[in-house]
Design a protein around this ligand. Structure first.
Ligand code: GDG
Length: 465
């Protein structure tokens, strides 16, 4: 078995960090097991881009990172990746900012990264590329003559063809995707959107049973691999943190009130304004909940350099202020709104304390917070998950209270129901969801993808050329 080479925008620190999430841990484990390399952006910006990556070795794993130039950071990262692809793939056509110059920067960075990676690869290395920043990287590797197995996993949704078609460069992106040997999506819905694009727009054919896709002169495979979490480890973390100093401080500050909790990067895909409105509606339409609940939203600032994210922040500050101003009492503040990240173990303890996990993205590839919230619950007294039908996680966690996040009245009614749900029903729903999370962990996800990638045929020399 050859080495594993992971390519992702941000590269995990060799020693790991206290904030490391399940995905990072799982990929690091896969790398440590087989030996290999983690390749990507260093997270740093320098005036001049460097030609050769910085190499750091830790055990059997090599970390190889490149800086971005100021211009590349603006065009590739802030521009095409986060101001065009991200909103488009999350169905927010109105938020898209498309510039051909940014698309050119995106292509250039992918070509430069492929050229820097190619000399580091051995013939039997298996390359696994992650996410929307690097869609064309596989085709760039092929253009350099590489014949290695190269797979791709898309962490975010794949949009319907009518939405994707709004992007001037859409066909080039899908054609580039088809250069991979295996294309992984989060859900059957994303896979279906991709195969419909290939047949209806790209004139290709799809064999649904085997997942074989023939298009743009190539034959590839596509399938759904729903990502999971380290279920048992997260459950143990939450149980161990249930009486930590922070958890006790939170408990005593609640003074017996029920806690509704939301945790999301401050991102327009997460449906935060609608969520705040739904909480407003709860207090307005169900007066018996006033003074009895506290809604805590943890929303660390993300991509603050993108204009739409700054506007969202201002909108949420105004909303939280308005709702608190309207309903607060001298001894009760309805919303606690935090823009700071909390340590992972603190979050785990807080999830366990919460009566309701409120996860209402307008679109989300999977949403790991939903899974972490479920794993963190006390089996004898579990909280209730309210989950958007537009999160990939809703495919598996059907025993959550599934809502349409755009329907503020429906979300308010679900909140009211969750707050009053009898223990037996809470346990029944939680056990069914937990069974699923125990089976489909992030380790299983990683294994399934890599097994399928290993089973694909190697590119022929003509194809590689
Ligand atoms: C993308 C896709 C897909 C959040 N706040 C804090 C914190 N977090 C952690 C959570 C969770 C992770 O960050 C967020 O993961 P999500 O899945 O919810 O969302 P994205 O960041 O948008 O991730 C998504 C995912 O990729 C994986 O494929 O599920 O759909 O959009 O683990 O716990 N962690 C800490 N403090 C915080 O304040 N420590």
């Amino acid at each position: 078995m050859g080495r594993l080479v992971i390519v992702s925008n941000r590269v995990a620190q060799p020693r790991g960090s206290a904030r490391a999430g399940g995905l990072e841990v799982a990929l690091r484990e896969a790398l440590a097991e087989r030996g290999g390399m983690w390749f990507g952006w260093s997270g740093e910006v320098s005036e001049e881009p460097e030609a050769a990556p910085r190499l750091v070795r830790s055990g059997r794993v090599q970390y190889a990172t490149l800086n971005l130039s100021t211009e590349e950071h603006e065009g590739f990262y802030t521009g095409f990746s986060n101001s065009t692809l991200w909103p488009l793939f999350h169905y927010r056509i109105g938020l898209i900012d498309f510039h051909r110059s940014a698309f050119r920067a995106y292509r250039r960075v992918n070509a430069r990264f492929a050229a820097a990676l190619a000399p580091l690869l051995q013939p039997d290395d298996v390359v696994w590329v992650h996410d929307y920043h690097f869609i064309p990287l596989g085709s760039e590797l092929r253009a350099l003559g590489l014949r290695n197995r190269v797979g791709f996993f898309l962490h975010i949704p794949f949009p319907a063809k009518e939405v994707l078609a709004a992007l001037p460069a859409h066909e080039q992106l899908v054609e580039a995707l088809c250069a991979y040997d295996l294309i992984g999506f989060q859900t059957a819905g994303d896979l279906g959107a991709f195969t419909r694009f290939v047949t209806d727009e790209g004139g290709g054919t799809v064999d649904t049973a085997s997942g074989t896709v023939s298009a743009y002169g190539r034959v590839t495979r596509a399938a759904a691999y729903p990502i999971g979490i380290e279920t048992e480890a997260f459950a143990a973390l939450a149980a161990g943190e249930a009486h930590s100093e922070e958890a006790e401080r939170l408990r005593s500050s609640l003074a017996g009130r029920s806690l509704i909790m939301g945790v999301d990067r401050l991102d327009h895909s997460k449906g935060l304004p609608h969520r705040f409105e739904a909480f407003h509606e709860l207090l307005g339409s169900y007066p018996d909940t006033r003074g009895q609940v506290t809604f805590m939203q943890v929303a660390p600032i993300s991509r603050g350099e993108v204009a739409q994210y700054r506007a969202l922040r201002r909108q949420l500050e105004a909303l939280a202020g308005r709702i608190n101003g309207k309903f607060a009492e001298f001894d009760w503040m309805p919303i606690r709104y935090l823009n700071r990240p909390l340590p992972r173990q603190t979050l785990a303890g807080f999830y366990r304390l919460a009566r309701v996990g409120l996860v209402t993205p307008l679109r989300d590839g999977m949403n790991l917070v939903a899974k972490e919230f479920v794993a963190a619950q006390d089996p004898a007294d579990p909280g209730v998950l309210i989950l958007s039908r537009f999160a990939g996680a809703a495919y598996e966690l059907s025993q959550a209270l599934i809502v349409n996040p755009f329907d503020v009245d429906q979300v308010a009614a679900a909140l009211n129901r969750a707050l009053k749900m009898p223990l037996a029903e809470r346990i029944g729903r939680w056990e069914a969801m937990m069974e699923n999370l125990r089976t489909n962990t992030v380790g299983v996800w990683c294994e399934n993808f890599l097994d399928d990638l290993a089973a694909t045929a190697l590119a022929s020399p003509e194809e590689a050329a």
